[in-house]
Every structure is written in structure tokens, then in C-alpha cells.
Design a protein around this ligand. Structure first.
Ligand code: FAD
Ligand code: N01
Length: 534
């Protein structure tokens, strides 16, 4: 199938989301010949694919943006506290245009395979258009949440009504006016989209397997005075955020839940709730580390959900029994209130699971639900899905699928032993999805580009993690996770949402110690990595 062009370049970057865009910028600054290959027809990654109604960021826009260019961060104007998908996509497009990166990107093309050629210390990258590129480095900027998870429901592939996954939404949009709509899933994507769908549709049926905690966003236009004040110290502010647990300013409080009285705690919870957003989790320093501390917040959330839903029986079904935070806390605009509408119905799949889709009918054990359109808000094969989708083969022909069959192993989430000169941006074992991802992406891209620069300056031919260092890091990632509530429920952090996927806690908890470790490794001459010369 391939026309063996055998073009040889310095680096292939897979993906044109925020990671791929910045990676290309950095490698070009070093004068390297790098090329981005992207499956979509444009840049933006997450923000290119997730065009469902209501899609927004949940980290405030003033923080969910690049910081590598002071000019860029001063010039760009966000309109709202949490920008819409459209605005974030425009921002990604603007960055590409501003830094003249488009000519280094190939769109509408998927990387199918990447094989290491041992005699040449090169990667042979195969594209789905038949082209082959040879490169010294391959950088997987393929995203943590980019491979949609399609539920294995009998009859789904023969549905006679339109079926849309939130992670792969039609560019032209979907008009639900007058339709009976079914939404499967109650994660962030469903929680953001259902209030808008409920407004449009004739009826909305939400199929819930596990309820989630959600806090209001209280989204609003950005106050120009606030923006001016922040921009006057933007660099400093960004620096401060590196010292914060999630790499984001959540107004972290360093007190324990148990250092304050019950009344004081209630007051603090109310205050955080009134502000809205993910910052709730930073109200005390042990909320995601101590189950008893977590319980106090759970009780608070339960009472809030109960006040937002008129029917107490229904409210009960919407209240999770899991620790708060062990699945990503959702941030909503009028989510629970949809259940007070006559045209919205909740189907609790714990009482009656979906058996099949029969044409345009969702059939559960105890009911038939006719729909005119079905939305799959069923999430992603997270952290590993996109990388494992590519036939990657390293030294000795070992495939990544084989190596990661019992769970992903990557040193610092940046590289995996046996696959020299292949880097992962926000790979498993790095803070990634447990952080403000844009700074984390920048930190990884800079680490990788510095490493390549170091290799070139010192005539190093390859870099590869040492297996012992990798094992020790994977062990450490799990050890840290065990000190928290995170492994305590069936989340995508563990791969539990994908049938047959090995359950291993994948992200690293704690931005400051992670960044410090990355710096220490470099200072010690890339400790834990084997470098070859020549
Ligand atoms: P992506 O944006 O996922 O880009 C990866 C790209 O790689 C995709 O375009 C994909 O098509 C391409 N690709 C993958 N495999 C191949 C292949 N084989 N060949 C060619 N191309 C390929 N994070 C936050 O920190 N804050 C938020 O508020 C936030 N909101 C989010 C909202 C949604 C709806 C979702 C789904 C995620 C959100 N995230 C958020 C996480 C978000 O994924 C990251 O913040 C960030 O956008 C990831 O950028 P990326 O470049 O690493 O990956
Ligand atoms: O996906 P999810 P998402 N039958 O995995 C259910 C980011 N994000 O797209 O919990 C029935 O959270 C599944 O049920 P269960 C953010 O990091 C951010 O919503 O597995 N149901 C769950 O309810 C987020 O965490 C924003 O029991 C099935 C839902 O589908 C991540 O992306 C917005 C099922 C999937 O929830 C993923 O969010 C959107 C089945 N067979 C996304 N399979 C912001 O707000 C799955 N489900 C910024």
C-alpha cells in the first residue's frame, strides 16, 4: 500500500492539538525539519472534535491558555470566564497563524504505524494515504482524551436514527428541535450538553449508569478590570501556579478539613459553592486524600443536589455514592435543574440496564424508549487509546500493545523503554489530566525539545528510558495514587470505562513534585535514561 517515499526528516509529530502545535513551534525554533500529521481537517484537537452543544473548558480561560509567548498572552482576549469550544478553537487557529505553523502540518491523514529501524536508529512512520516518512524522532501528541469510547451495546451499529458521539460531533451542528433525544452517559460531556438539548428537544431521556458530582460554573463575561490586573502580572501569576497541586489557581487552602469547626467548614463550602468551579476541591488540603474529609464534602454536595432537584426520589438517584473527586468533578450550567422539566426523564441503568438498541428504540430490561436521535456521551479510551491505536514497534520488533498489555509503563510519562527517540506528550505517569493541561503540555513539550537540543549538542544518537527507572516510576505513580481517593471508583483514570482494559491508575498526582523530578533528571544528565552516541 505504501509508496516508499522514504523522506527523512528530524521529527514526526502526531496530532495538531495544543501539544502538536507547540511541539512544531519549538522544534522549528531549533532549526529542525519537523512535520505534524493530523487525522482531522484542522488544528485544535479536543476543540476541533468536541463540538457538542455547551462544550467549554472547566479551567478558567485566563489559565487554560499558552504562556510560552508573553506577546500572545497579552494580545489574546478571552470573552468569558470559561470559553466556549468555538472560542478555544479560534485561539488554536490564531496561534498557528500567528507563528506561521500551518505549512508544517498535514491534515486529514492518520498515522497508522511507526516502526523502529534498528540499524539506522530511525522511525519509519506509515500514513493512511500510503505515504511513508522516515524520522529520527517521533512525538506522540495524540491527546489523553481523543479516542472516543463507543459502548458495546447490541444493535447500536444498526440504529435507524442518527447517533452522535460527543467526542466526534458533526461540524455543521445538530438541530434537535422537535425531536425525542436519548443521551447515554452522565459525565462532563453529558452534563454540559443536556441543558441545551433539553431546551431544544421535544423530549430528552438521559440514560445514567453512574451519577456524577457537579458544581455550578457560574460562567460570566470576563471583567476587563480583572483581566487588566491579571495581565499586569501574568508571568508571575503563571510561575506561582507551578507551585499549586493541580498547576492551576484554585485558591488552594493549606488547612485540613479537621482543623476547623463544623460551622466554619459549612461556611467555607458555601463560599466555594457560590464561586463555583473546580476550585471547590482545593477548599481544604485533604479533601482528595482523606476519606473522612471527603465524606464531609460529599454530604454538602448531597444537600446541594437535593435542593436543585424538586423530586426527592429523583434527587436520590442523581446523588453519587462514590468519593467526590475520584471521577473528575463536573462543572455545569443548570444541569440538575433539567430534571425539574416535564420533557426530561432519567433512566437509572442500575435498576434496568440497556439490553439493545432496536432501530430507534433503546431497550432496557424493563422499558422501551423511542428516540429520534441518540447521543453517546460515553467518554474516551483515555490516556492510552490514541497511542495504542497506532501499530508502534520498538527494539526487537516489540509492539507497544504487547508492552502495555498489563497497563502502560512510561518513565515520567515522557518515554517508554525499548522505544528509543519516541516521546509522549502528557503520557501515562505524568500529571496530565490531573492538572491544568495547557501548562502541563508546555512543560512536556519544553522538556522534549530541550532533550533533543541536548542530544544534538552532545552528539547523542538515541535516548531510551532504563527499564529499572521506568519500573520505579510506575511503582511511585501508583504509590502516590494510593494515598488519595482517586483509585476509589470506576473511573477512566483507571481505564475502568473501557471493556477489557487493564485497570491501572494512569495519571500522576501532584504537579510541583513532578516538575521538580523532571528538572532533577535533566540536572543529573538525564538520569534514568540511556543515551547512545555516534
Ligand atoms: P488533543 O487535543 O486530544 O489532540 C490530539 C490530536 O491528535 C487530535 O486532533 C487527534 O485527531 C490527533 N491524532 C490522534 N491519533 C492520531 C493518529 N494516529 N494520526 C493522526 N492524528 C492523530 N483540559 C483542561 O486542562 N482543562 C479543560 O477545561 C479541559 N476541557 C476539556 C473538555 C473536553 C470536552 C475534553 C474532551 C477535554 C478537555 N480537557 C481539558 C482535556 C484536553 O484534552 C486537553 O486540555 C488538551 O486540549 C489536549 O491537547 P493535546 O494536544 O494533548 O491533545
Ligand atoms: O466522559 P466520561 P465525558 N452504558 O467518561 C457512561 C473531559 N471533559 O466525555 O460512569 C451506559 O466522564 C459512563 O458511565 P460510568 C473531562 O476530563 C471535560 O463526559 O462508566 N453508560 C459515564 O457516565 C472528563 O472527565 C469537560 O458508569 C455508559 C459517561 O458514559 C473527560 O473529558 C467536558 C456506557 C462517560 O463519562 C471525559 O468526559 C467534557 C455504557 N456502555 C469532557 N459507557 C469540561 O467540562 C460509558 N457510559 C471541561
Amino acid at each position: 500500500m505504501s509508496n516508499q517515499n522514504n523522506k527523512s526528516i528530524d521529527a514526526v509529530i502526531v496530532g495538531a492539538g495544543f501539544a502538536g502545535i507547540y511541539m512544531l513551534y519549538k522544534l522549528r525554533q531549533q532549526g529542525l525539519d519537523a512535520r505534524v500529521i493530523e487525522a482531522g481537517t484542522g488544528v485544535g484537537g479536543t476543540w476541533y472534535w468536541n463540538r457538542y452543544p455547551g462544550a467549554r473548558c472547566d479551567i478558567p480561560s485566563m489559565q487554560y491558555s499558552y504562556q510560552f509567548s508573553e506577546d500572545l498572552q497579552q494580545e489574546w482576549e478571552w470573552s468569558e470566564k470559561y470559553a466556549t469550544q468555538g472560542e478555544i478553537l479560534s485561539y488554536a487557529e490564531h496561534v498557528v497563524e500567528r507563528f506561521g505553523l500551518a505549512d508544517g502540518m498535514t491534515f486529514n491523514t492518520r498515522v497508522e504505524a511507526s516502526h523502529y529501524l534498528e540499524t539506522e536508529d530511525q522511525w519509519r512512520v506509515e500514513l493512511d494515504n500510503g505515504e511513508t516518512i522516515q524520522a529520527r524522532f517521533v512525538i506522540m501528541a495524540t491527546g489523553c482524551l481523543s479516542k472516543p469510547n463507543f459502548p458495546n451495546i447490541p444493535g447500536l451499529d444498526q440504529a435507524t436514527v442518527p447517533v452522535h458521539h460527543t467526542g466526534s460531533w458533526p461540524h455543521e451542528g445538530v438541530d434537535f428541535t422537535g425531536l425525542r433525544v436519548g443521551v447515554i452517559g452522565t459525565g462532563s460531556s453529558a452534563i454540559q450538553s443536556t441543558p441545551i438539548i433539553a431546551d431544544q428537544a421535544k423530549s430528552l431521556t438521559v440514560f445514567q449508569r453512574t451519577p456524577n458530582y457537579s458544581i455550578p460554573a457560574y460562567n460570566e463575561p470576563l471583567d476587563p478590570d480583572y483581566v487588566a490586573e491579571l495581565k499586569s502580572r501574568y508571568g508571575e501569576y503563571r510561575q506561582e501556579n507551578w507551585q499549586r497541586g493541580f498547576g492551576a489557581d484554585f485558591d488552594d487552602n493549606d488547612q485540613s478539613v479537621f482543623e476547623v469547626s463544623a460551622e466554619e467548614r459549612q461556611r467555607a463550602y458555601e463560599e466555594r459553592w457560590a464561586k463555583g468551579g473546580l476550585a471547590f476541591l482545593a477548599v481544604y488540603n485533604d479533601l482528595v486524600f482523606d476519606m473522612k474529609a471527603n465524606d464531609t464534602a460529599r454530604e454538602f454536595f448531597k444537600s446541594k443536589i437535593a435542593t436543585r432537584v424538586n423530586d426527592p426520589e429523583l434527587a436520590e438517584k442523581l446523588i453519587p455514592s462514590t468519593p467526590i473527586g475520584c471521577k473528575r468533578l463536573c462543572v455545569d450550567s443548570d444541569y440538575y435543574e433539567i430534571y425539574n422539566r416535564d420533557n426530561v426523564h432519567l433512566v437509572d441503568l442500575n435498576e434496568s440496564p440497556i439490553i439493545r438498541i432496536d432501530g430507534g428504540v433503546v431497550v432496557t430490561e424493563s422499558g422501551h424508549y423511542e428516540v429520534d436521535a441518540l447521543v453517546l456521551a460515553t467518554g474516551f479510551d483515555a490516556m492510552t487509546g490514541a497511542v495504542m491505536n497506532i501499530d508502534i514497534r520498538g527494539q526487537g520488533g516489540l509492539s507497544l500493545q504487547e508492552k502495555w498489555a498489563a497497563g502502560p509503563k512510561a518513565y515520567l510519562g515522557l518515554a517508554t523503554a525499548g522505544f528509543p527517540n519516541l516521546f509522549l506528550v502528557t503520557g501515562p505517569g505524568s500529571p496530565s489530566v490531573l492538572s491544568n493541561m495547557l501548562p502541563s503540555i508546555e512543560q512536556h513539550v519544553e522538556w522534549i525539545s530541550d532533550c533533543i537540543e541536548y542530544m544534538n549538542a552532545n552528539q547523542h544518537r538515541t535516548i531510551d528510558p532504563e527499564p529499572n527507572a521506568e519500573e520505579a516510576w510506575v511503582h511511585h505513580v501508583n504509590e502516590v495514587a494510593e494515598t488519595s481517593v482517586y483509585p476509589g471508583c470506576n473511573s477512566w483514570y483507571l481505564g475502568a470505562n473501557v471493556e477489557g482494559k487493564t485497570r491501572v491508575f494512569m495519571p500522576y498526582l501532584g504537579v510541583p513534585p513532578y516538575v521538580e523530578k523532571c528538572q532533577e533528571v535533566v540536572a543529573a544528565g538525564y538520569e534514568g535514561f540511556a543515551l547512545t552516541s555516534g
